[in-house]
Design a protein around this ligand. Sequence first.
Ligand code: ZN
Length: 571
Amino acid sequence: MTIEFEPKLNHVDIQDLTSLIQFESTEGKIWFGEQRILFMQLPALAAFRRELVNSIGVERAKGFFMRLGYQGGLRDAELARRLRPDSDDMALFWTGPQLHSLRGMVKNRPIKIEIDKESGHFYGELEWVDSWEVEIVQTELGQIDEPACWSLLGYACAYTSAIMGQEIIFREVSCRGSGDERCLIVGKPASEWDDAAEFSRYFTAEPIIEELYSLQSQVKSLRSSLARHQGQYYGIGDSPDYKNACKKIDKAAQSKVSVLLLGETGVGKEVIARSVHLRSDRAEKAFVAVNCAAIPQELIEAELFGVEKGAFTSANQSRAGRFERADGGTIFLDEVVELTPRAQASLLRVLQEGEVERVGGVNTRKVNVRVIAATNESLEQAVKDGKFRADLFYRLNVFPVQIPPLRDRLDDLPLLVEHFLAKFHNDYSKRTLGLSDKSWRFIKNYSWPGNIRELENVIERGVILTDNHETISLESLFASVGPEAGNADDTHVYSDGQVVKPSNIKTTVGWVDTLIEQQIGLDSIEEQLINRAMAMTNDNVSAAARLLNLTRPALAYRLKKLSEHDSTNLK
Ligand SMILES: [Zn+2]
């Protein structure tokens, strides 16, 4: 039985098929014969397909959609046999394309169909008109390099194979989704295709879980090498003071000694501490970083050394402290000067005896932790002021390393900028042309009160705000400086790290006027200044106080007032 160039099949009535559709809207069901079916939006499926392609790649996504179509084809073959038990081979075959049309998937136009179930002969050539998959490729995904009608193809293969009782493979030889004039498919028994085995593999679901497990372990090892790599930025720089500090750190990494890192906020103390850990024989164990200034004083002991249930009212469960969690590894205590006297005593005990005792507990626990402490205030002065225990100071001060502030090594800026540009280009999948000349002139004269962390933030901002293949302007680096700030010749850097520009005085009047005109109010300005300073210093109260030229207690008082104010507002 052969049909050539004659769509006379289209006269086969589909009334018997359409009458099978039943809506049970109040029951939340739609029926097609005995199949429950769904009304689904094309754009939703398009978005799903795009996500699948993006997350697992074209080949795997294609497999999923071909199998989706395949399952549909199998079920429709079953339906066709039941609905039209007495039809001849051709009519039974053609029921598939009819069902496909009825489901809104595609319109089939037969070009040449030869079918003889008895001898097992099959040859089919059909055109697909208005394929749903071409439509989503054209509207949602953009053109692809290969035929796009994946689920349709899976359907055709499954349906015809089921009707014929042998494996029939269809291939899409041209597709509008990949720029061809029309979607054309050719189907033959599997034995007549050279690459049948390879193609049929699309219909076998391959569990990707094994592969995921192996990838997971690869990710783990890549992460640790990445962490190692990131830990290296402290090594970027040629200025003598800095090289000197790096040499010391390299030595410390190899030994077991406690290290005290000295330097302003943002010079990269945590990065250095992590790097010391990663290059020590503890690298496989935990690295735990604690910013002592960021933890409320009344909680610091429990946080560091753990707490037993019932030790205080909110301690309704026993839990390990950071020292126990760092067992075998390294703990980094930033702003160590902020420790309470009791916490200082417990830390001394860890250093001397290798023991911790949880708050409210009676048992001591052995811990083996390397301590790297850091401070941006003079510990010696804190000892003199009676704020810090002398014996603890001597313990911590065995191997002090002074990290110079960025303003004392501005010659290292090109290397650091290059490092951060590469990092953020990678993070944001972008390529800028680097800093403009004006930006360079400014950053070389800027005092960098927030040090390397500030530089990192500034470069990240610049990369985000700059389009591909454009230079990073001064305005995109700094939110608050106007273009006139580019006149870096007028900029003076004072030893306390403040940057002062005569031009600022001119602009000052401008923004003050604006604030007054907008009736922003003194309280609100104060609140915003404080919030910004806290954000810039990662909630480090001491550092934020310095940025605002306040003492720590003065800022702490204002913070308390603000939080009380907020909670009253909430009531
Ligand atoms: Zn196509």
